[in-house]
Each structure stands twice: as structure tokens, then as C-alpha cells.
Design a protein. Structure first.
Length: 306
């Protein structure tokens, strides 16, 4: 069967793809497993609105009813935000969710897969998964990293959270051949905080700078993706040392609760919101909106070049 028979593309997105208009991919795990209800529903509408206001078309991804949904309706977004039966789909889960018709939210890895299926080259998220702390023992390395090494999509993020081993995450990306670009910065951001203490390989001065790199990579047919680190706006940034304390606590709780595998990231995200009294959620929302803004500007520049 042709792969296209598995796709359910929203008319607005299909039209934009046909006409070479800028489209930005968005993930749904950030909604279903990254933020509480109903704040996630407000965010889902806001992030799509942000993309539109920059002149691009949003395509939020999900697996629903045996179809790869490219662009979600209001009802679909509501299903993803209410959670409950919504699973978390990474690359390894992709085919079984489609085969069984289960409802699944897409992570960075699987959203990249969806984007590639329809030729979307720019994707905005909050933070990527990475090498977990003690990952050298547990081997907990997010499939987001291998996907970045294999799938030609540019992922705009606010870096990686301190729940991860950021140094090893960057080493792994280097091994996988993934360019790590700082958006108007030389520092790799740490999600809630603008600076992780690690440097990026290359600083992009503006959206066109990033678009040119995507174009060259695409013209050459290079197989991997790239990562753009876009720091949280200073007015929403949180203190690095304060967050370090919060994360230590959250990780002790995770260990005590025996949380493992794919449940760890959602558990820690929820715990951090609780321990910061909701402050981290406001920051999370703002940095993700900021990433959608920058990703849209990049997509607009890329569309002009193509
Ligand atoms: N990091 C965040 N927020 C998120 C995620 C990561 O700050 O919502 C989600 C993304 O969907 C990412 C996934 O792709 O968690 C990574 O999960 P894992 O660590 O299980 O690979
Ligand atoms: Mn993992």
C-alpha cells in the first residue's frame, strides 16, 4: 500500500504544501504529556496562532484512528489535550499505533517522521529529549537524538532541560552528525535558562542564516536534521541554580516512585511544575511560543529561497 494512504492532511496544510507556502510542524506530546489540562489547550491555540501571525501554516501532528494526522482540527487538539487514552509515540511505537488505531501523541522523533513524510522542513518544539543523567549506566538516550541524525528536519527548540546530561547530549549529537546552531547566541540554551554553560558550533544572526543552511543541506541531500537552540526570552528565564535544586528533588521522587523508560520525561515535567508552583509552566509556554515564532520566520525565508 502506498504510504500516502496512511496520511490525513488538513486541507489548509495540503494547500500550503502544494503552493510552496511556509509550513511549520508542531508536536503533540508537549500537549498530552508535557503540560497540564486546561493550560495545554490554551497553549495549543496560541502556538498555532503565533505561526499564522508570522505568515506560515501550523501542522500539529498526531496518530489518530490509524492515520497520520498532518494538521489537527479543534476537536483533535482537544482530544490530545484531555489526555487519558492518549499514548506517547516515539519512532518505535509508530507502526503499532497505526496498525491498531490507537490515539498517540507525537514526540520530537515521531513529529520529525511525520514532517518528512510530507516534506515539511521546519519544526518548532519546547525542548528536545536527550541523554539522561546517569545515561552512561541506564542507556536512557532519547530517540529524538538518533532521529535528528537520520531525518532531514530542522528542529527549533529552547535547548535541553537540566533533567538531562546536556554535555553528553551534545556529544551524542556530534556523533550523529547533527549541526547545533545557536539563534543569535553562542551558548546552547538549557530550556528554562538561556545558557547551559555549553557552546554551540555556529551562531545564526537571523532567520535567513538558518534557512540557507537548511537549503544547502537539502540541495546536497544530506540525510540528517539540524538543531536550532533559541534561548528563552530573558523576561521569562528562571535561575539556573534554583532549577538545579528543583530538578534534584524531582529526580529523587522519580526514583522513589520507580518511574522508568518513556514515563520518566512526563513524570519529571509534571513534578517540576508542581515544585515551582506553576512558575515553570509559564516559562515553558513562553519559550515554546518563542520557538514557534522563530521557526515560522525560518520557514518564511526558506520558502522564498525555494
Ligand atoms: N522535553 C520538554 N518537554 C517535552 C518533551 C521533552 O522539555 O514535552 C517531550 C518531547 O515530546 C520529547 C519527548 O520528544 O518528551 C522526549 O521523551 P523521551 O525522553 O522519553 O525520549
Ligand atoms: Mn528514554
Amino acid at each position: 500500500m502506498d504510504f500516502r494512504s496512511y496520511l490525513d492532511i488538513k486541507p489548509e496544510v495540503l494547500e500550503a504544501l502544494k503552493n510552496g507556502q511556509p509550513v511549520v510542524a508542531l508536536e503533540s506530546t508537549i500537549l498530552s504529556h508535557g503540560m497540564p489540562y486546561p493550560e495545554n489547550l490554551g497553549f495549543a491555540a496560541q502556538v498555532e496562532e503565533t505561526v499564522r501571525s508570522e505568515g506560515a501554516v501550523p501542522a500539529t501532528m498526531a496518530l489518530i484512528g490509524g492515520k497520520v494526522k498532518i494538521g489537527l482540527s479543534k476537536e483533535d487538539l482537544s482530544i490530545m489535550c484531555r489526555g487519558g487514552v492518549v499514548g506517547k509515540v516515539s519512532r518505535r511505537d509508530f507502526a503499532s499505533y497505526l496498525a491498531t488505531g490507537r490515539t498517540g501523541a507525537t514526540t520530537v522523533a515521531s513529529t520529525m517522521m511525520c514532517a518528512k513524510l510530507v516534506g515539511i522542513k521546519v519544526f518548532a518544539t519546547g525542548g528536545i529529549g536527550g541523554v539522561h543523567r546517569k545515561g552512561e549506566v541506564t542507556m536512557d538516550v532519547s530517540a529524538d537524538l538518533t532521529e535528528l541524525g537520520n531525518t532531514p528536519v530542522c528542529v527549533v527548540c529552547a535547548g535541553a532541560k537540566q533533567i538531562l546530561d546536556i554535555g553528553r547530549t551534545l556529544e551524542y549529537l556530534e556523533t550523529m552528525g547533527v549541526p547545533v546552531i545557536g539563534y543569535k547566541t553562542k551558548n546552547f540554551p538549557a530550556f528554562y535558562c538561556p545558557n547551559s554553560g555549553y557552546k554551540v558550533d555556529y551562531e545564526a544572526k537571523d532567520p535567513a542564516d538558518v534557512a540557507r543552511i537548511i537549503k544547502v543541506s537539502s540541495d546536497l541531500g544530506l540525510k540528517g536534521g539540524m538543531l536550532v537552540g533559541n534561548p528563552v526570552p530573558p523576561e521569562y528565564a528562571m535561575d539556573f541554580d534554583y532549577m538545579e535544586g528543583i530538578i534534584d528533588k524531582a529526580m529523587i521522587d522519580a526514583e522513589a516512585a520507580g518511574v522508568r523508560g518513556k514515563e520518566i520525561t512526563p513524570f519529571l515535567l509534571a513534578k517540576i511544575v508542581e515544585l515551582t508552583g506553576g512558575e515553570s509552566l509559564a516559562t515553558n509556554i513562553q519559550l515554546a511560543l518563542n520557538n514557534a515564532r522563530v521557526a515560522s520566520k525560518i520557514a518564511v525565508e526558506l520558502a522564498k529561497m525555494e
